[in-house]
Design a protein around this ligand. Structure first.
Ligand code: F6P
Length: 320
């Protein structure tokens, strides 16, 4: 193998740069030329490539975002577009591709693999909804971002006897909301995986304040409900001041945590090794502290990763 390429696709997350750096350095160590594809599959289909070396990835390890930039490319679902992407790779003499991204990006990698082009996926999405890995890249940093924000909100909430409704990202997965609720000592976590009763929640919130507690935090996963509506309802029903904080894209940025930097290193080096070994169509993952390599087909056929029972049990005991 003489030439590899790497791209980042879909929603960005912290740790993507660290993963690019690991891929580049691992490839160079195998004496393989390495190219970056700007703007994900969109850049690939348009034949955009840039040569990468150790200097191009120096100083990026600690930076959030992705130096290659990212995009969501709907056209990549079409076989004609996938074939065009492969033509571009062949034209440039590229023999393998590392795709860093979430569910949609991994679908793209699998499509290329099925059409005969060697591709390997690195799971990267703050949602932590990709199966066959305990953690996706970017999740730990997002959790740290949320923790930092909620700790600060608790300070100001306590000064005013206020309840805060905090909306987290995660599309249809409540992982960020429930784990943050445990880590930040929130009173409630509304997640799409579990039904909730707002009357009951408001009753408990009201009692908390009348018993003398000076703050309450209600974490709401974006897929569970509209946080704005929840905040308005809570405000009307409990009779204590309520404020809303939508954390939004703040969760995806910032310098990656040590955990994410290490995960990026393992995933990046592991992905290049898979391609060097001739293993196409695989996803690198983390399982019980070790590396696991799973066919993309299996990953994608399994649907979305579920929140671990252990996490839900902890929340049952501690978030109330
Ligand atoms: O999948 C990652 C994610 O951040 C989701 O949590 C969120 O719903 C979505 O992307 C937001 O997408 P965009 O960046 O396109 O607004």
């Amino acid at each position: 193998m003489n030439k590899l390429a790497v791209l980042t696709s879909g929603g960005d997350c912290s740790g993507m740069n660290a993963a690019i750096r690991a891929v580049v350095r691992a490839a160079l160590q195998h004496n393989i030329d390495i190219f970056g594809i700007p703007k994900g599959y969109e850049g690939l289909v348009n034949g955009h490539l840039q040569s990468l070396d150790t200097r191009s990835v120096s100083g990026i390890l600690q930076r959030g975002g992705t130096i290659l930039q990212s995009a969501r490319c709907k056209e990549m679902h079409e076989e004609s577009v996938q074939r065009r992407a492969i033509d571009q790779l062949h034209k440039a003499g590229i023999e393998g591709l590392v795709v860093i991204g979430g569910d949609g990006s991994l679908h793209g990698a699998n499509a290329l693999h099925r059409l005969g082009f060697p591709a390997v996926g690195i799971p990267a999405s703050i949602d932590n909804d990709i199966p066959f890995t305990d953690m996706s890249l970017g999740v730990d940093t997002a959790l740290n971002n949320i923790r930092y924000a909620v700790d600060a909100l608790k300070d100001t909430a306590s000064s005013h006897d206020r309840a805060f409704v905090v909306e987290t990202m995660g599309r249809n997965c409540g992982y960020l909301a429930v784990v943050s609720a445990i880590a930040c000592g929130a009173e409630f976590a509304l997640i799409p995986e579990q039904p909730f009763d707002l009357d009951d929640i408001c009753g408990k919130l009201r009692s908390r304040f009348t018993e003398g507690r000076d703050n309450s935090i209600l974490m709401v996963a974006e897929g569970a409900a509209r946080a704005e509506e929840i905040a308005a309802q809570v405000k009307d029903r409990i009779g204590f001041e309520t404020r809303l904080m939508v954390l939004g894209h703040y969760q995806r940025g910032g310098s990656p945590s040590t955990f994410d930097r290490l995960l990026a290193a393992r995933f990046g080096v592991g992905a290049v090794e898979q391609l060097v070994l001739g293993n196409s169509g695989m996803m690198v993952g983390l399982a019980c502290g070790g590396m696991e390599f799973t066919p993309l087909e299996t990953v994608l056929d399994s649907g979305r990763r579920k929140i671990d029972d252990m996490v839900l049990k902890l929340a049952e005991t501690l978030v109330n």
